[in-house]
Design a protein around this ligand. Structure first.
Ligand code: GUN
Length: 292
């Protein structure tokens, strides 16, 4: 069994990005600048956004964090987006999800300039991704592609089973892995909450991408020997023995599934750190596209 070490791979990618930033600076080019907007006080979201801002500092990017209160109106948020869209110094920005219930998420995502949409959530960029055109690939699917590539996990002709049909992970992952691309050319089955005989399907999988948000859902009796397992789940469960009061669980019963797997991602330290590295990569790309 080989552990797909997202923490180490993300560190490698960030080092590559830091080198590129030094090159840009040495050549008098613009320093990449990422902005993040967060609305409200969701603990997990604040942790993620802070990690993104800190990662920017580490690679030499500039960063701006915009915090709005839980009560902020949709109009206020749209106004912040309009300002970021025209700010020449901002190369890319994200609006951290989920948003409070009174704000229409789709309306917000559509207000972001597609050229600054480093999350790749705007319909224009989702459309380009689906057509295999150059765009921003969302950080989580992009991170999974990168992990598979760097560990030389063969996907061509393999049967990939994706668990979950979210717009952020399951849906783009199933599209990308079926495309004609370096990490692609797979036969993909997308499963979701209405799928019947799920175990029969997962037992046929060469690669499983678990992105359903149910802790330890995928058990050893659901996978075949030599499988590759990518665990996107990251659920906080109460644990009084931890200082934080919780621990993180993935969608995979790691200990038992790892015994049958050729490759598997841990939680934490697998897909999670990769998403931040790929967000930085998209921001670098946005900066280079905008400034030559
Ligand atoms: N919430 C969970 N994942 C993400 C992400 O990749 N981007 C944003 N903006 N919000 C998220």
């Amino acid at each position: 069994m080989i552990l797909l070490d997202g923490k180490k791979t993300a560190a490698d990618i960030k080092e590559e990005i830091a080198l590129e930033v030094r090159n840009l600076k040495d050549n008098g080019k613009k320093t990449p600048h990422l902005a993040a907007v967060i609305v409200g006080n969701n603990g997990a979201s604040i942790t993620y956004v802070n990690a993104k801002v800190k990662a920017c500092e580490r690679v030499g990017f500039e960063s701006t964090l915009i915090r709005l209160t839980e009560e902020a109106s949709e109009e206020e948020l749209l106004n912040e987006i309009a300002i970021l869209n025209i700010d020449k110094d901002i190369d890319g920005f994200i609006v951290q999800l989920p948003l409070p219930k009174h704000i229409d998420e789709q309306k917000i995502l559509m207000a972001v300039d597609p050229n600054k949409d480093v999350d790749g959530f705007h319909p224009t960029n989702v459309g380009k991704m689906a057509l295999n055109l150059p765009t921003f690939i969302s950080a989580t699917p992009y991170g999974i592609l990168e992990l598979l590539e760097r560990y030389h996990v063969e996907t061509s002709g393999k049967h990939v089973v994706v668990l979950g049909r979210s717009h952020i992970v399951g849906s783009p992952m199933s599209i990308l892995l079926s495309q004609k691309r370096k990490v692609g050319n797979a036969t993909v089955t997308m499963c979701h909450s209405r799928t019947k005989n799920l175990k029969e399907i997962t037992l046929q999988a060469d690669i499983i991408i678990a992105a359903i948000g149910i802790p330890e859902f995928l058990k050893a009796d659901m996978v075949k020997e030599n499988v590759t397992v990518i665990d996107v789940g990251i659920t906080r469960v109460g644990d009084s023995s931890k200082k934080s009061g919780y621990r993180l669980l993935g969608d995979v019963a790691f200990e038992e599934v790892a015994k049958k797997a050729d490759f598997i991602t841990p939680v934490p330290g697998g897909v999670g750190p990769m998403t931040i590295a790929m967000l930085l990569k998209n921001t670098l790309l946005a900066c280079e596209r905008a400034n030559g």
